[in-house]
Design a protein around this ligand. Structure first.
Ligand code: AGP
Length: 611
């Protein structure tokens, strides 16, 4: 939540900041702002999108500079208006700051400032930090760097910040605790940002800041220090591995549509080099040193949020089926506060696309503190969760920009299958079944492609239901998490209320909702076919409209509904991947036909770095 960019170098900082903020807009789009060094600090802030900010700067003839910071906001404290937009200045006007995170003790800092005659102007938690920096600087007569460091020692909460000071116009100071910050190391320039997307145009050399670190740089040099001890730390330079076109729309109307269509490739990438050709064995380098511990654990807990949680639920079914080990699946937000039974005999699998989700990160920290082994299943290379976990497997889906997760989900399910197969192979369990699954995994990208090459029918179905106010999604077994995921996709981007349920649970409550206005999506597969057929009849006999997604093509389904979408047959452990794709396309087309902003749905942000 919130995207920040800072630039110091020889280029026009406005350009770097506007480009960077546009790329970071997936993190929040409630307001945007820019602050630059130009005979003091100049800034413009607007409620709304980065495009509105750019227009406002053009209208105001905003000065060009070579040092600047920018912000795109997902509002937490304070409504999204110009006043609450970042950057925030202190009352002396010497400091300006952009922030991603939450200052939890902002009320007590605000009181302290007020006692000393400093009143905050905005409703944000952020403003207290820049005011505190200004207060300490003016009172103690110390350097810019020292003032930021001293203020941060007083702060409780999460932050990624970049600060400018008009007394030291050729310097930029940034710091991180709990919110991501990456430094791009260019030729006579540095770019600091919430992720690598604003950096890739200028350099591929990056440094990940760690929690508790402060960065001080001018255009030629940088130093990273530990905030508490003020000791310089040495940092490793990494390389951005993805290509520029992976973070561009490349002719698609929306990132979500592009990412849906990338799935044959992203799934293949998730498997690349991991299924050994001659013996069908699975190789996952990131787990090698910990496999013994994983297989000898008493209990596996999968934790995640949102779509990643849905993937985790499928993963738990696959592991229990193939490996015969008990697996619980917990929302990270619940796990982190619940009195869970976790200890050295527990293994935690944490799943996250962004690798930055605050609840998942906190769940990992809790599990680690209780002695559990933590395994990350993450998309974003170098992210906080990837670095916090003891070991892990990247899903390699490539950058996912659309707020509604699509290709990350199918890659998560793919990787969870690989992990389960590896565990089963080492335990010598269900070997015949496993080899059948491996064969089908190899066919998976092709089968996904078959669905994507003909989406006309799904688009037709979407047209029929744009006015629906509610939707039910029902599935059994492996298709229950798919029902949850289909419902989440629809509500996220079309604002239609949708619920996912196990099909058999319908008669325990949701059946009361069925009438001629209630579309019900059934996910029908060979397993449990007769049972789900009965559930369909229970709906149609009450006038409900039925949409069927099926891998089990039976004539009677076409007699029941004129909306039948067929997907290819495949092993049941990976069938959720094929049944989810039509649901992604359905949600996308309903939202698009309704004129919704598919890539930037209201109130949402791609990575949820607050509680
Ligand atoms: C998915 O469409 C959502 N936007 C959301 O539920 C997401 O999956 C969740 O916030 C978890 O994110 P993560 O995978 O980056 O941790």
């Amino acid at each position: 939540m919130c995207g920040i960019v800072g630039y110091i170098g020889e280029k026009n900082s406005n350009e770097v900041i506007f480009n960077g903020l546009t790329r970071l807009e997936y993190r929040g789009y409630d307001s945007a702002g820019i602050g630059v060094q130009d005979n003091g600090i100049q800034q413009v802030k607007t409620a709304g999108k980065v495009a509105d900010l750019i227009k406002a700067c053009q209208l105001e003839n905003f000065p060009q500079s070579q040092v600047g910071i920018g912000h795109t906001r997902w509002a937490t404290h304070g409504v999204p208006n110009n006043l609450n937009a970042h950057p925030h200045k202190d009352n002396s006007g010497k400091f300006t700051l952009v922030h991603n995170g939450i200052i939890e003790n902002y009320l007590s800092i605000r009181k302290l400032l007020s006692k000393n005659g400093i009143e905050c102007k905005s409703e944000t938690d952020t403003e207290v930090l820049v005011q505190l920096i200004g207060y300490i600087y003016n009172k103690e007569n110390i350097s810019f760097e020292e003032a930021v460091r001293s203020a941060l020692v007083e702060v409780i909460g999460a932050y990624g910040i970049v600060v400018l000071c008009s007394d030291e116009p050729n310097k930029m100071v940034a710091a991180k605790k709990g919110s991501p910050l990456v430094l791009g190391v260019g030729e006579n320039e540095f770019i600091i940002a919430s992720d690598t997307s604003p950096i890739i145009n200028y350099t591929r050399k990056i440094i990940y800041l760690d929690d508790g670190e402060i960065l001080i740089c001018d255009k030629n040099n940088f130093a990273v220090k530990n905030i508490d001890e003020n000791i310089e730390v040495s940092k490793t330079i990494n390389e951005i591995k993805y290509s520029l076109d992976q973070i561009e729309k490349s002719g698609y109307d929306h990132f979500m549509l592009k990412e849906i269509h990338e799935q044959p490739t992203s799934i293949a990438e998730s498997m690349r080099g991991r299924i050994i050709k001659n013996d069908g064995k699975i190789k996952l380098g990131g787990l090698q040193d910990h496999l013994h511990d994983i297989l000898n654990t008493k209990r596996i807990i999968i934790t995640a949020c949102g779509t990643s949680w849905h993937a985790g639920l499928i993963g738990s079914y696959v592991i229990e089926e193939l490996v015969r080990m008990p697996v619980n699946v917990e929302y990270a937000s619940e796990f982190r506060y619940r009195e869970t039974v976790v200890g050295p005999d527990t293994v935690i699998f944490a799943i996250s696309q962004s690798g930055e989700t605050a609840d998942t990160l906190a769940a990992i920290k809790k599990a680690k503190s209780l002695g559990a082994l933590t395994v990350g299943i993450v998309n974003t290379v170098g992210s906080s969760i990837a670095r916090e976990t003891d070991c892990g497997v990247y899903i390699h889906a490539g950058p996912e920009i659309g707020v509604a997760s699509t290709k990350a989900f199918t890659s998560q399910v793919t990787v969870l299958n690989l992990i389960a197969i590896l565990m089963a192979q080492v335990k010598d369990q269900n070997i015949k079944e496993v080899s059948h699954l491996i064969n089908d995994l190899e066919l998976l990208p092709q089968k996904v492609n078959e669905i994507l090459t003909n989406t006309d029918e799904i688009q037709e179905v979407a047209k029929h239901f744009i006015d629906a106010e509610n939707f039910l999604y029902l599935g059994r077994g492996y298709q229950f998490p798919v029902a949850l995921e289909g419902a989440l996709k629809l509500k996220e981007i079309s604002y239609i209320h949708a619920e996912g349920y196990p099909a058999a649970e319908m008669k325990h409550g949701p059946i009361a909702l069925i009438d001629e206005n209630m579309p019900v999506v059934f996910i029908v597969t060979k397993k449990g076919y007769e049972k789900i057929l009965s559930n369909i009849k229970e709906v149609t006999s009450r006038g409900g409209k039925v949409i069927i997604i099926t891998s089990f093509d039976r004539d009677e389904l076409y007699e029941i509904s004129k909306f039948v979408i067929k997907v290819p047959e495949i092993h049941q452990c990976i069938l959720p991947i094929l049944t989810t794709i039509p649901l992604q396309i359905l949600a996308y087309n309903i939202a698009k036909n309704k004129g919704c902003n598919v890539d930037q749905p209201r109130n949402l942000a791609k990575s949820v770095t607050v509680e």
